[in-house]
Design a protein around this ligand. Structure first.
Ligand code: CU
Length: 103
């Protein structure tokens, strides 16, 4: 194996984890991912729009906001920092979920 291919390993190992939104809930509600992974939220409702407002717990970072996701629309984020990221739905703050980024 060349040094070059060794350097590519972290990228190849990165995964995309899907969170589906339906029945006014995120499924699964909590996901654990590794640094470098991407989480993709997909709205599977028939008619209802939702959103994802994401914030790293305990940080001063600005929240990230997907904007309205209409049925079948999706939004994704790549996580490059360790931590717990709580999120909720703008129009329905009772809807919540969490991304835990581990090594
Ligand atoms: Cu919602």
């Amino acid at each position: 194996m060349s040094a070059f291919s060794f350097l590519l390993v972290p990228d190849l190992a990165a995964e995309t984890i899907k969170v589906e939104i339906y029945k006014y809930q995120y499924h699964p509600k909590v996901v654990q991912v590794r640094v470098g992974d991407t989480v993709r939220w997909v709205n599977r409702e028939r008619r209802q729009y939702h959103s994802v407002q994401l914030h790293r717990d305990g940080s001063d970072d600005e929240s990230l906001d997907s904007g309205y996701l209409f049925p079948q629309e999706q939004w994704e984020q790549t996580f490059t920092q360790l931590g717990r990221y709580s999120y909720l739905c703008g129009p329905h703050p009772d809807m919540s979920g969490r991304v835990e980024v581990v090594e």
